[in-house]
Design a protein around this ligand. Structure first.
Ligand code: FES
Length: 121
């Protein structure tokens, strides 16, 4: 019998190991608020809408602009550069000039921390 040693590719291992990482401490956001954060060098936007938290990429998918410099309108964030709009809970691009959705990350609150599910480094 031939035994093969199978090593997962680094990419496979990266995808399969998710952990919860602290992105902000409570209470850092009031209701209907947002903040810019960095996680492993990536720009993340953290939103509080009512009593729920959301996290998305903080970089507009159209060109380079930080969404947290934009305008929060209910559950929609409007980009400060060309006024592209995204639905925060889904990351969905809501029309011209934005056509590409935002990355959305699972969020939980644990031990007074806002945590984002993130690939283990
Ligand atoms: S950079 Fe955001 S809409 Fe153009």
């Amino acid at each position: 019998m031939l035994l093969q040693h199978i090593n997962p590719s680094p990419k496979t291992a990266w995808i399969s190991s998710m952990v919860w990482k602290c992105i902000a401490k409570l209470p850092s956001l009031s209701e209907e608020d947002m903040l810019a954060a960095k996680l492993d060098g990536k720009d993340i936007a953290v939103f509080k809408l009512g009593d729920r938290y959301y996290a998305t990429s903080n970089i507009c998918s159209h060109q380079y602009a930080l969404l947290t410099d934009g305008y929060l309108d209910g559950d929609v964030i409007e980009c400060p550069l060309h006024q592209g709009r995204f639905h925060i809970p889904s990351g969905k691009a809501l029309g011209d000039p934005v056509t590409e959705d935002l990355a959305v990350y699972p969020v939980r609150v644990e031990n007074d921390e806002i945590q984002v599910e993130w690939p283990e480094a």
